[in-house]
Design a protein around this ligand. Structure first.
Ligand code: BV8
Length: 234
């Protein structure tokens, strides 16, 4: 494996599947139980905030006690030993951090953070959120929402991500079905800038044909093996 200088790793729900978190589009995934229009849009939140709080409260509770898996740990090792790695995750869980990753962008926000829509303060929040929860900063009730990017909302740090994709000589996409934009467009953007592109997934994604290289299998097996190749393990 040639030596790469600037590595961008895009991760999706498949990376956390073996830690016990549901994915979205697998047969028993989240979108088979909820309509994303009801629970992952600002319109749905306006229409029925109680349903949306219940949806995220259940995911916050499910997150407790979960541990990062061997794939998260391998990516933290890659960052520590390579030095030129940035993870851009679509996931809102905190398992990359728990594995030790620090160079990390949560482009779709974070499950364990909330945002006050009145005073714009963001804060770590591990408990349930209710419609009438008062903001600890401005004191006003009724303005608190999960700090996640819903459909129709602009993902976070897109300028920084574009700069990273322009400089990348390797893009690795892990555990994502390639359905959701703009993340699904990153492989084409990186390839246009001359990067080598690799897909690591359980099965070919929507964008599979766009990758130079692909390895299919469970993340806890194929990600440590790939990281070992990059780091030149014997
Ligand atoms: C925006 C956060 C514009 C909250 C999420 C028509 C065409 C193109 C685009 C659009 C369109 N209509 C609308 C759009 C835009 C829309 C979009 O892309 N829609 C799609 C559905 C067509 N995108 C947006 O709205 C985005 N914003 O475009 O803004 C804009 C412009 C200007 C000003 C304002 C706005 C915002 C998108 C973000 C939405 N938020 N979630 C939450 O999590 O609750 S999306 C949600 O999907 C998650 O973030 C998730 O990460 C993301 C992607 O899903 P995946 O991670 O890929 O998960 P999935 O289940 O799909 O796949 C899992 C994969 O893992 C599978 O391939 C499986 O095989 C694999 N796997 C499973 N187990 C394993 C495994 N792999 C390895 N090992 C295993 N063990």
């Amino acid at each position: 494996m040639a030596r790469f200088r600037n590595i961008v790793v895009l991760t999706g729900a498949g990376l956390s599947a073996e830690s016990g978190l549901s994915t979205f589009r697998d047969p028993d995934g989240i979108w088979s139980k909820y309509d994303y229009q009801d629970v992952a849009t600002a319109e749905g939140f306006r229409r029925n905030p109680l349903l949306v709080h219940d949806f995220y409260n259940a995911r916050r509770r499910a997150h407790r006690g979960l541990r990062p898996n061997a794939a998260h740990v391998a990516l933290a090792r890659l960052e520590a030993e390579h030095g030129g790695v940035m993870i851009v995750t679509q996931n809102i869980d905190a398992l990359h951090e728990a594995a030790g990753s620090r160079s990390l962008i949560h482009m779709h926000g974070e499950l364990l953070k909330v945002l006050c829509t009145f005073c714009s303060h963001r804060m770590v929040w591990r408990d349930d959120l209710r419609v009438d929860t008062a903001c600890p900063f401005c004191g006003l009730p009724g303005g608190m929402r999960p700090d996640v990017v819903w459909f129709g909302e602009m993902p976070y740090e897109m300028g920084r991500i574009s700069a990273l994709l322009a400089a990348a000589d390797l893009l690795v996409s892990i555990g994502t079905s390639g359905n959701v934009y703009p993340a699904a467009g990153f492989v084409a953007e990186a390839a246009a800038n001359g990067a080598h592109t690799v897909e690591l997934n359980l099965e070919p994604s929507e964008g599979a044909s766009l990758f130079n290289e692909a390895h299919y299998g469970r993340a806890t097996e194929i990600v440590p093996a790939f990281v070992g190749r990059i780091l030149g393990d014997r």
